[in-house]
Write a protein that binds this ligand. Sequence first.
Ligand SMILES: [Fe+2]
Length: 157
Amino acid sequence: MTGSKVAKPYEVFASYVDSERMPWFEWVPGHWLKLCKLNPISGQMVLFIKSRPGTALPVHFHSGTVIVYTVQGEWTYDEGWVAKPGDVIYELSGSTHSPRMVGKEDTIVFAIIEGSLEFRDDDGNKLDMDNWQTMLKRYHDFCSANGIEPVDITRFD
Ligand SMILES: [Fe+2]
């Protein structure tokens, strides 16, 4: 096993992410992603989302939980709260929603997403889907189109 670490009992590894090195790329119109980690084993996605003021991310269903930390801006699901910088939202698996940006500046959130998310129409029909694999492809496609050497964000050593 050349070039890879072998864990000793009680030894903890940390995987550093150089956020400055990771590019923002468009996800859907008005919304950009900056990926940090994609876990091929669990399917977990760790990423930033940046959204223009006044936009809403299309309605989507989550198969797993989502933890969202608001870095900048304000957003809501119209459930009686508005998330502002420093707030944390814990979304239950099986939730369906459309986050609406209500601040005056871009909204930036840091999110830990388990499983997939499915974009749905008004009748609940699946339109599109994202998981760790489609996110990895989006990132690689952006890198390829812009002459960027991709970082292997699926590694943990
Ligand atoms: Fe969501």
